[in-house]
Design a protein around this ligand. Structure first.
Ligand code: SF4
Ligand code: SF4
Length: 179
């Protein structure tokens, strides 16, 4: 043991340093936010509630029911029900997400070849019932209107899913809902 180490151990230097740090923090400004009274804007690109992209031209979902998102989902919480329409095109009768089981990995967004699905920044959707977390196609489209209105949807793809932004040529107009 060196002389320096001897003094360090006998004079409890490390403990004194720790206590000094604690004391210096005692009178500094608290960083705790009093949620929900105090809120901050969510970080851009943070992964919140899901939304189905609404096509600006047709006003309907961009989803074509290929099922890739459901196949990629590690939680297996995406359910898609399709029927066959004209020219063998699939019609998405039902598209549902059991949000409580989601782990927000965004694999579904990544897997979608049509930029038809997003994770919005909205994170305040607690409820007392499990049923409230079973989102239908209509609700998911409403989420797009509410949380990705205006240019937000296009910006989302441009900033976070670059190659897909080409598929969002036009900005979907907000329909109903609050933004
Ligand atoms: S974010 Fe991940 S877990 Fe959630 S629905 Fe998409 S693929 Fe599934
Ligand atoms: S991958 Fe995209 S287009 Fe295919 S079913 Fe999922 S959301 Fe729809």
């Amino acid at each position: 043991m060196t002389v320096k180490e001897f003094f360090k151990k006998t004079l409890f230097i490390e403990i004194i340093k720790g206590l000094a740090l604690t004391l210096s923090r005692l009178f500094s400004h608290a960083v705790t936010r009093q949620y929900p009274k105090e809120k901050r804007e969510p970080f851009p690109g943070s992964r919140g509630l899901h939304a189905l992209v609404r096509d600006a031209e047709t006003g309907k979902e961009k989803c074509v029911g290929c099922g890739l998102c459901a196949a990629m989902c590690p939680s297996q919480c995406i359910y898609i029900y399709t029927t066959e329409g004209e020219e063998n095109k699939k019609i998405v009768d039902r598209y549902e997400i059991e949000v409580l089981r989601c782990v927000y990995c965004a694999f579904c967004v990544e897997a979608c070849p049509f930029a038809a699905l997003v994770l919005t920044e909205h994170y305040e959707y607690s409820d007392y019932s499990r049923d409230a977390f079973y989102y239908t196609k209509e609700q998911l489209l409403e989420n797009w209107d509410k949380y990705m209105a205006g240019s937000k949807g296009k910006e989302y793809f441009e900033r976070f899913w670059g190659p897909k932004s080409k598929d969002i040529a036009e900005v979907s107009p907000p329909r109903g809902g609050n933004s």
